[in-house]
Each structure stands twice: as C-alpha cells, then as structure tokens.
Ligand binder design. Structure first.
Ligand code: NAD
Length: 308
C-alpha cells in the first residue's frame, strides 16, 4: 500500500499517442506498470517514467493483476488477446482485462466471452478527449461490462480521466464511443463548412468563431479545432485513418440495427474521400481540406498538411 492507493501490477500493451501518457499516469499513481509496444522507443519512454519494459505481450502480462490494452483497431486487439503468447493464454485466472482501444462492439463482446472461458474479468473502456486528454488525465471513459468489475477498475480509471461512466454490459462502451465519433466527425465537417462560408463572405473569422462559440452553435470541437482549422494546421492529433475506422464501426453497427442514419453515411463518405486522396495521416480537422477540394481546391496554397 502507498497511502490510499492499493498497488496493482499492471501489464500495459500499446504505448502510442494515447497509451504512452496513460501508462505513465498509472506509474505516477503508484502502480507497478510493465509495458510492451511494437516500437521499442515507446517502451523506453515508459521506463524513463518509472515503469518496467517487456519484450513481449506474454512477459508484460504474465504476473499482472490487471491488463490494459490500447492498440489501434480490431485486428490488433484480436492478435494481442488470442495470438501466440497473447493475453488470454498468459494471465492468471481472475485477472481484470481492460481493453481501452476503440473497436467494434461485437469484437469486445467476443473478447469478454473468450475471457470468461479463461475465468478472466473483461471490460471494454474506450476513451474520448484526444492526446491532450490523455496527457492531462482528463479523458472521458465509457465502460461496458459487469458492475463489480467496473467498481474494481474505477481507481485506475480515476488516474486517467475525469468523466467515467459505466454505460452497460460488454460492448456498450464501444457503442457509446462510436456515437461519440459520429458526433465529432459530423461536428468537424459543419465547423469546416461554417468557416469556409465565413471566409467566402469576407467576414472576420476570429470575431465569427468567438461569438459562435458562446451561443448554441458552440462545441468542444469548435473550441479545440476552430482556430487550428482556420490556420490550416492539420498536424495530428487524431488521424483520419483512425476516424475512418470509427465511421466504419458506426455504419456497420447501424446496418446491424436496421437503422437509417443519413448524416452518418454522408460523413463517413467525406472521411473516406479525404483518406482516398492521401489524407489518412492528417488530423481529422483536415475535413476542411476535403471540403476545399470539393470547392475547386484551397484558395491559399500555404495550407499545412502535417506529416502525411
Ligand atoms: P497509436 O498508433 O499512436 O498507438 C497504438 C500503439 O499500439 C502503437 O504504438 C503500436 O506499436 C502498438 N501496438 C499495435 N499492435 C501491437 C501489439 N500487437 N503489441 C504491442 N503493441 C502494439 O494509436 P493511438 O492514437 O494511441 O490510439 C489507440 C486507440 O485509441 C485507437 O483505437 C484509437 O482509435 C483510440 N483513440 C485515439 C485517440 C487519439 O486522439 N489519438 C483518442 C481517443 C481514442
């Protein structure tokens, strides 16, 4: 015990833009964190922050009380969970396995079922708040699974985020995350359209954004992205490639539910279009660039496109 913290042995898989700072916060909260990541540099950063490094998933998780995974997409989660030396075959019965990646609800349900066969407790706990939210430990965390497992994980979530909600059974966290991604992409597209509209009319965009942000049109997207979009700074942040994956989850799930979501379909196509034009590595605020191309190309050739 360190003060009020019950020290947990945590195996952390996936130390990228999000997982890196999240693992470091768990170290700072007093836990023993052993991390594994495909690129070694990220493991070295965790060691520098006071954690331990591992050479494989198996080594990172075999002695853990809790395993956290934060990898890009469904195939990565499946490989980490079910692959040779994967989580399910490596951990002790009773281990709490928390996947915080954004993936399909059906994949999370399958992982929970496979985990139960190994006597593991599984939660899906995707996050919102972006890189800044991870660094500042103010993420929103939407959790699916058993209430008792959520209660056991809550002290760890509190080291990572501010708004932490148990939203339902296995997969429900992912469903809420997909809804989040639909709202964010649609909102970015509308802020892009409003910006171009103001610019075409010759209205001062600084004044326009300031007053819009204070009224019903205001949003976190407008606050965080409005000015970087106006300045055409599309350095990621959250890559179009990942948002394309998330819009696929929205549209596939809607089809499974026999649900018609017109703007989800259109927004997914606009994200796919920017990606098809080579914009997969841009921040999702790059939807403004896609819109400019629909209008005959950027007016200003100084647009910054980030590391594409
Ligand atoms: P990232 O690509 O920066 O990091 C993912 C890391 O996982 C990489 O460093 C990669 O090496 C590692 N990885 C992949 N397969 C692995 C394996 N088999 N074993 C070990 N490590 C492996 O991605 P990210 O931006 O940190 O996103 C992670 C997840 O969080 C995604 O599902 C994303 O949709 C979600 N998310 C991202 C953001 C954001 O703003 N970046 C915000 C909310 C949610």
């Amino acid at each position: 015990m360190t003060g009020a913290v019950t020290v947990k042995k945590i195996g952390f898989i996936g130390l990228g833009i999000m997982g890196g700072p999240m693992a470091a916060h768990l170290v700072a909260a007093g836990h023993e964190v052993t991390g594994f990541n495909l690129e070694r540099a990220a493991v070295d950063r965790l060691i520098a922050a006071g954690g331990k490094g591992a050479e494989s998933v198996h080594e990172a998780v075999r002695d853990a009380d809790v395993v956290i995974t934060m990898v890009p997409a469904d195939p990565h989660v499946e490989k980490v969970m079910y692959g040779d030396g994967g989580v399910l075959g490596s951990v002790k019965p009773g281990t709490l396995v928390i996947d915080m990646s954004s993936i399909k609800p059906s994949t999370s349900i399958a992982v929970a079922q496979a985990g139960a066969e190994h006597k593991l407790r599984v939660l899906d706990a995707p996050v919102s708040g972006g890189e800044a939210g991870a660094i500042e430990a103010v993420l929103s965390i939407m959790v699916g699974g058993e209430a008792a497992d959520f209660a056991a994980a809550l002290p760890l979530f509190e080291a990572l985020g501010k708004t932490i909600v148990h939203v339902g059974p296995h997969g429900a966290g992912q469903t809420v995350k997909a809804a989040n991604q639909l709202i964010v992409a649609g909102n970015i597209q509308l802020v892009a359209e409003a910006l171009l509209f103001l610019e075409r009319a010759g209205v001062d965009t600084e004044a326009g954004l300031t007053v819009l942000a204070g009224g019903l049109a205001g949003s976190t997207v407008m606050d965080r992205k409005g000015r970087v979009m106006r300045d055409r700074d599309f350095k990621p942040g959250f890559r179009i490639d990942l948002h394309h994956k998330d819009m696929g989850i929205v549209t596939e799930s809607a089809r499974e539910f026999d649900l018609v979501l017109p703007l989800a379909g259109l927004t997914a196509q606009l994200v796919a279009s920017l990606r098809a034009q080579g914009g997969g590595g841009l921040d999702h605020s790059g939807l403004l660039l896609g819109l400019e191309r629909l209008n005959g190309g950027p007016q200003d050739s100084s647009s910054k496109q980030g590391d594409n």
